[in-house]
Each structure stands twice: as structure tokens, then as C-alpha cells.
Design a protein. Structure first.
Length: 445
């Protein structure tokens, strides 16, 4: 098939997706570009049973022909394909204007949409002649590590005086959002991963996950969840403007050094304002994430703090409390929750703290506990119907010996009704790294 026909189809589809930003789903103004795209595809299908737009080795391919500079020439189509982790869009004979319009709605939809949701969306919209094939779902630890790399790259570019692109950030947040919506417990468990050497990157990803999880707990809209995830991931980018000697200094900071640290929310907001594709709310959250409920904190603000800023503030504080720092021993999750509750109504919004406590549970994922049988295990799942009966993986038998294979036990099941948690166990006393355990479990999922 002539290359110019391929490019005409791509140009038409890209233009339609661009128009979709201006008009809502089903708007009459979207029918003309949908009709044109359907006509061009129908023309291509006269000589072939299928017309395929796909991705091969991170390059756009149209009807088996590689497309050069796709990101520059067809930015809206390329962004949608990346956002949805699409491997191929397959058109077959009989494509209608209505089907083409519906595809544009699916590709342009805000918020997370998992690969498993796409076939259902196609069916619900009556699309019979277009198939969307997604890349195989990745392991959650792979997505976590991808997010770490994205934060590293963003901060690295900022340190070089560059303004990072927002697409990698938004794409990895879509991946994180999808996993939080499908398995919140596993994702919260990943926040137990603590890397002292890469604290800033590790912390940024953990705050994004915790913010997304809390947003889900509070039943926020998908677009607000996406905003939360991006803001959480980027909340500390302003620290690139603070000397590493200060950031990593052991012991207390001088008043002058502390004033430098307090500049990072303003610096971060200024940086993200210059990044294409980030909405104003993301920048505001970054600016406000250290402003407390009672208006103390920094920077000084006169107006009410944005509700999403309050969520990131709580997520940021919790992860900081549960992480080993040069100036602070790590608090266990249960201890961290008690500290946050003690500051409720002062530093933190009471309703948000209550929602966070309900999300984390009495024994948060990653907590090491002793059972009434004297067995010791780690909490892997919170039971929202009975916070004192989570699912755990028993690691040590009653005599203290380590089990060759952890044994999963759901304390809420009738078969384990006699079992109960009698106390928490200090992970250091058992030489247990909860983060490493969670990471290993996630890698094998």
C-alpha cells in the first residue's frame, strides 16, 4: 500500500483525536473527522482484509511500514497509544463512522483504563470491526521500578537545566493507577520498599502510590486520581534546587539550611508549570504539599488548601515517618498511624486521616505480627470488614524456626477463627526486611 495513504490515515486519526480534546463524546462536531477516517480506512481495506496500526520495538508501524518521527508528526495518536499501552489497532472491512467515533472516545478517555477494560468498552459501544490489542500486563514490581526510573530521569534533566517531558510521567502514573485500582493491598505493600541511597526517588513513588490509594479510598473521580498520582510523583522535584549536602546532611540543619529546604515546594511548582501537559492543580498541589491543616507549615498561604493537596500531605508524612533517615529511626506502620492521628485537627485534616487509617487498617500491609499460636508472620492484605483479621504469611513456626516456604493464612476464615494477633514484632529483632519480602512476593506474582 502506498506510504502516502498510510500517512493520510494517520494524519486523519491524529486530527480527530486532537479535535476530541475540544468536544465531548458524541458531539456532532466529531462526526466529520470520524467519517473521514472511516472512509480512508475503508479505501485501504479494498486491497487488504485488515489494516493495522501498531507498535514494534517502540516505533509506530502502519500496515507493516515503519513511520518516522511519529511522536512529532502524529503526537496525539502516539500519546494515546502510549497511554493505553496499545500494541495494535486492527481495522477490518465494514468499519462504520459510528465505530470510528467510538474508538476516538475510548482512546481519549481521561484516567486509567486497564487492558482488560478495553475489550469490554469495545463491546459496550457496539464496535465489531475494530480490535485493540494491548501489551501484556507487567508485573507490579516492574511498574514500580519503571516509576523509580522516570523520577530519576525527570530530576536528572532538571539538574541539567532542562524541562522534562510530561508524557513518561503520565504514562507510568496510568500504570500505577491501574494497579492501585485492581490490587490496592499489593501496591500499598510496595511502599514498604525503602532504599536509603535512592531515598528521594523511592519516596516520590511511594507518595504517588499512597496518594492514589487514599484517593481511591475516598472515592475520587478518575481524573482526580490521575492528578493525585502525577503530583505525588513530582511533589519533591523542587529539591533538585537544594544542595545535596543539605538534603543528605546527618543531624540537624542550621536555620539557614532549613530555609533553603523550605524553598522546594515553590521551586517544584515553578518547574512543573513549565512542563507541557500538566494541569494547574498538579502545580498547586506541589506548591501546597507542606501546608498544614492549621495553616502552619510552608510556604505561607492565605486561601484554603486544595483538597488534593491535603491527601498528598498525609501520604508524604506517612512515608517519611516509616523510612530510615539520617536523623530519624523508622517508625513501624502502626506507630506512624498513631502519630498522624495525634496531629489530626492540627497538622492534618481529620476526615483525611480517618480515611487513611481505614485504608491502612489496624495492621497495615508489611507489619510483622505474632499470633496466639506464637507463630510470626507478615501482613499481606487488609480485611476492611474486620481490621483485626488480616491475611498474613506465616514466616516462623511456634518454636521460632523459619519456615522454608511462607504459609498464607486468612484470619477472617472460619477455619482460622481461633487464631488472633497478640502483638506486633520488631522486624529488626527477627532480621526481617519487610520491603524486601514484599518486593520478592510482587516479583513472583
Amino acid at each position: 500500500m502506498p506510504i502516502d495513504i498510510n500517512e493520510n490515515i494517520l494524519r486523519s486519526i491524529n486530527g480527530a483525536l486532537q479535535s476530541r480534546k475540544l468536544y465531548p463524546a458524541g458531539h456532532p462536531s466529531m462526526m466529520a473527522p470520524a467519517r473521514k477516517s472511516a472512509q480512508l480506512v475503508a479505501e485501504a481495506l479494498k486491497t487488504s482484509s485488515k489494516f493495522i496500526i501498531g507498535v514494534v520495538e517502540e516505533s509506530l508501524v502502519c500496515d507493516e511500514v515503519p513511520i518516522e518521527d511519529a511522536e512529532d508528526n502524529f503526537p496525539d495518536l502516539w500519546a494515546c497509544i502510549n497511554k493505553r499501552s496499545i500494541e495494535a489497532i486492527i481495522f477490518e472491512k465494514g468499519v462504520t463512522d459510528k465505530e470510528m467515533s467510538a474508538i476516538f472516545d475510548i482512546l481519549s478517555e481521561e484516567g486509567p483504563l486497564s487492558p482488560g477494560d478495553i475489550p469490554r468498552e469495545l463491546k459496550n459501544k457496539g464496535i465489531m470491526h475494530i480490535t485493540i490489542k494491548s501489551f501484556e500486563k507487567r508485573n507490579i514490581i516492574e511498574v514500580y521500578n519503571d516509576a523509580i526510573e522516570v523520577v530519576k530521569n525527570v530530576m536528572g534533566e532538571i539538574r541539567l537545566g532542562k524541562i522534562p517531558k510530561s508524557e513518561p510521567v503520565k504514562k507510568v502514573v496510568n500504570d500505577l493507577s491501574e494497579l492501585v485500582l485492581s490490587d490496592t493491598n499489593a501496591m500499598i505493600g510496595l511502599t514498604m520498599i525503602k532504599n536509603y541511597d535512592d531515598y528521594l526517588y523511592n519516596h516520590s513513588v511511594n507518595v504517588s502510590i499512597l496518594s492514589l490509594s487514599l484517593g481511591k479510598q475516598m472515592k475520587l473521580k478518575t481524573e482526580d486520581l490521575h492528578t493525585l498520582g502525577v503530583a505525588g510523583l513530582l511533589h519533591d522535584v523542587g529539591k533538585t534546587g537544594v544542595s545535596e549536602d543539605i538534603i543528605k546532611k546527618p543531624g540537624g540543619l542550621s536555620s539557614e539550611e532549613w530555609e533553603k529546604v523550605k524553598e522546594h515546594p515553590v521551586l517544584g511548582a515553578n518547574i512543573t508549570k513549565r512542563m507541557d501537559g500538566l494541569n494547574d492543580t498538579i502545580c498547586r498541589i506541589i506548591f501546597e504539599h507542606h501546608v498544614r491543616y492549621d495553616k502552619t507549615g510552608y510556604p505561607k498561604v492565605e486561601n484554603a488548601v486544595h483538597p488534593l493537596s491535603i491527601i498528598v500531605c498525609v501520604a508524604d508524612a506517612y512515608d517519611a515517618l516509616t523510612t530510615l533517615r539520617v536523623y530519624q529511626k523508622p517508625y513501624q506502620p502502626v506507630e506512624a498511624i498513631k502519630i498522624l492521628k495525634g496531629l489530626s485537627g492540627k497538622h492534618f485534616d481529620p476526615a483525611t486521616i480517618l480515611a487513611f487509617e481505614n485504608m491502612i487498617g489496624m495492621y497495615p500491609v508489611g507489619t510483622l505480627v505474632r499470633l496466639s499460636t506464637n507463630e510470626v508472620g507478615i501482613v499481606t492484605k487488609v480485611n476492611n470488614a474486620a481490621f483485626d483479621k488480616p491475611t498474613i504469611k506465616i514466616m516462623y513456626s511456634a518454636d521460632g524456626s523459619e519456615l522454608p516456604m511462607p504459609k498464607e493464612t486468612d484470619l477472617s476464615e472460619n477455619a482460622h477463627a481461633a487464631l488472633s494477633i497478640v502483638s506486633q514484632v520488631d522486624p529488626l529483632a527477627r532480621n526481617v526486611d519487610a520491603g524486601a519480602f514484599v518486593a520478592k512476593e510482587a516479583a513472583g506474582a
